[in-house]
Design a protein around this ligand. Structure first.
Ligand code: GAP
Length: 515
């Protein structure tokens, strides 16, 4: 049986999500729409719980961060100023035999990952050979084979960085040719030239007769924050360092949109722009890298599932950038980005709008355009991370099998199931009485159908952390059993203590205290 973290595939997760009402392909009765998905009853609960964890950690727990909810449609000049009209492109290359399209930089990065794999192999082999006396740092800096591989990586990275920075698509193609990269599908090296492809969706505002204006669906929520910088700073009486946070939809015409909800054309972002004094950006960049990693690790999905990846290939607005990568079923991939965006955005909006977007510091008599460090996480990707780490197929001691979602209780869509042991003898009535109280505090589900074992399995499959069983003893002494999802252990508690016992286990407060 497969356990989370080994042979679980995206396919396992996608089919479980569909079967249990977490995620459906969008407009499925018309055969779906590429890379767009709809969240079902349990999916939307889980998504809301992730949003709540993020919002509370960022906005409520930081006195100097406030939240907004900006419109998706923005003045078209926004996207000229932000650089998205001219530079929000992916360098794409097609294989003429398989007819498949790839991002040129991703093909090259995969080649680098292969060389890194060779280095890791050498290190593992040497560690075995030398045992306790193995000095990894010394080995990687002196072993001739490892040194050669590291040199190759540095060379590839330098060439890729230079060609992307110079917009030199011919050089990028030449790098693919020189590295003898073959299409994973056709196995051939029959490539087209590299071309730039803009990722923004355009639409029209107003009727054509009135002279329709071309506008874009926002490709990131961040610009809604930048254009409101002054409004928010003044009305919230904030001074740098301070942040503005937002959760909202973003749209990108992704060419390579595979891998379930990892890369979608319509998705949600949770972004925070932190406005700071120029010169302090590296300090805040490191601060937010650490804070955001702590936010992830506090969930308990497994510390080994996260790592940082520093960007070489910087976006057009950044002077430093790192990803928090998560170990998804298809390997380590970007989950969140932390970017030092300098004054690129506010500076550009000042230039294009003609409005001053500065901060005047009374204490020093200085006026400056704030620098920005942003944290940007995809809500759907976070959903996939939670699902990937939680999905478990288990063989039990009695030989039976169960599929269980070990979702952190605080994020679980249903917190508690109320189950009368039998559907008679006054147990359903007592269970309904308890249900009415519990639903005031938690998302609860009442289930009286089928044998109790079958009902437990149904709750395991949607990740409900606690099941309360009402039995004949309940009628005698007002106690119930609580069954814990992961250990399947049961304990007896009085109904009077029920709410506080559950509260202790699923409360977001305990999680927020950890970060
Ligand atoms: N404002 C900065 C920005 O948008 P990004 O790295 O392009 O930066 C931030 O995106 C995050 O948004 C990513 O780390 C990822 O989690 C999520 N994201 C980006 N494109 C996505 C897509 N097509 N589908 C799902 N999530 C996406």
């Amino acid at each position: 049986m497969a356990n989370s973290g080994d042979s679980i595939t995206l396919k396992n997760i996608a089919s479980h999500c569909k079967e249990y009402g977490f995620i459906y392909p969008s407009s499925e009765i018309y055969d779906g729409l590429g890379a767009t998905y709809d969240y079902g009853p349990y999916g939307s609960e889980l998504k809301n719980n992730i949003k709540e964890y993020w919002w509370k950690a960022m906005v409520r727990m930081n006195e100097n961060i406030v939240g907004i909810d900006a419109a998706i449609f923005m003045h078209p000049t926004t996207w000229k100023a932000s650089g998205h009209v001219d530079a929000f492109n992916d360098p794409l290359i097609d294989n003429k035999d398989s007819k498949k399209r790839y991002r040129a930089d991703v093909l090259i990065e995969e080649q680098i990952a292969k060389i890194e794999g060779k280095i890791n192999k050498e290190v593992t082999k040497a560690a075995k050979r030398f045992g306790d006396s193995f000095d990894e740092a010394q080995f990687v800096s002196t072993n001739p084979r490892v040194v050669k591989y590291k040199g190759q990586i540095a060379d590839i990275e330098e060439r890729m960085k230079t060609s992307i920075e110079n917009g030199d698509l011919e050089a990028l193609k030449q790098l693919i040719v020189d590295l003898e990269i073959a299409d994973p599908i056709s196995g051939t090296r029959n490539w087209t030239d590299v071309r730039q492809f803009n990722l923004m969706f355009a639409t029209e505002l107003g009727s054509t007769a009135d002279g329709a204006e071309k506008i874009y669906l926002r490709p990131e929520t961040a610009q809604g924050i930048f254009v409101n910088y002054l409004n928010v700073q003044k009305t919230s009486r904030m001074k740098p360092p301070f942040g503005i946070a937002q959760i909202g939809k973003a749209f990108r015409n992704e060419i390579i949109a595979r891998q379930f909800i990892f890369r979608m054309r319509e998705f949600e972002q949770m972004e925070m722009q932190f406005f700071i004094k120029p010169g302090t950006e590296m300090e805040w960049y490191e601060h937010w890298k650490e804070k955001r990693m702590n936010w992830h690790k506090a969930l308990g999905l497994g510390e080994e599932k996260y790592r940082f990846h520093d960007h070489l290939n910087l976006a057009h607005y950044a002077n430093a950038a790192a990803d928090i990568e998560f170990d998804f079923p298809m390997g380590f991939k970007e989950l969140e980005g932390i970017h030092s965006r300098t004054d690129f955005d506010l500076g550009a909006h000042e230039k294009f709008s003609g409005k001053k977007l500065k901060y005047y510091d009374n204490a020093t008599n200085e006026s400056y355009t704030p620098f920005v460090v942003e944290t940007s996480i995809g809500l759907d990707r976070m959903f996939l991370a939670v699902m990937s780490a939680s999905y478990t197929e288990e063989k039990l001691e009695d030989g039976s099998e169960r599929t269980v979602l070990k979702i952190p209780p605080v994020l679980a869509p249903v917190k508690v199931a109320v189950l009368p042991l039998v559907n008679k003898d006054g147990l359903p009535e007592k269970a309904q009485e308890i249900m009415k109280e519990i639903m005031l505090d938690f998302n609860a589900q009442y289930d009286a159908k089928d044998a109790i074992g079958k009902r437990y399995r149904r709750q395991d499959a949607i990740g409900t952390p606690y099941c309360i069983t009402i039995d004949h003893e309940t009628l005698e002494n007002n106690t119930v059993t609580i069954r814990e999802r992961d250990s399947m252990k049961q304990m007896r508690v009085s109904i009077a203590e029920l709410i506080s016992t559950l509260e202790e286990k699923v409360s977001i407060k305990n999680l927020l205290r950890k970060i």
